[in-house]
Write a protein of this length. Structure first.
Length: 54
């Protein structure tokens, strides 16, 4: 595992840096989303879901 981590750090390409930046940005955006209203709307759209999730 130590060798793998060392290899990943030493072979950081531009694409990998771009991907890591995208992940960091998206996680910051998703932390601000309130999930409760979304979940409630999902449940209310179908009575079977209402029985399953409540």
């Amino acid at each position: 595992l130590k060798l793998l981590k060392s290899y990943l750090r030493s072979t950081m390409t531009q694409q990998r840096l771009t991907d890591l930046a995208t992940i960091a940005f998206e996680s910051a955006v998703f932390e601000k989303i309130e999930y409760e209203p979304i979940i409630e709307e999902f449940i209310l759209r179908n009575t079977k879901r209402m029985m399953l999730f409540k």
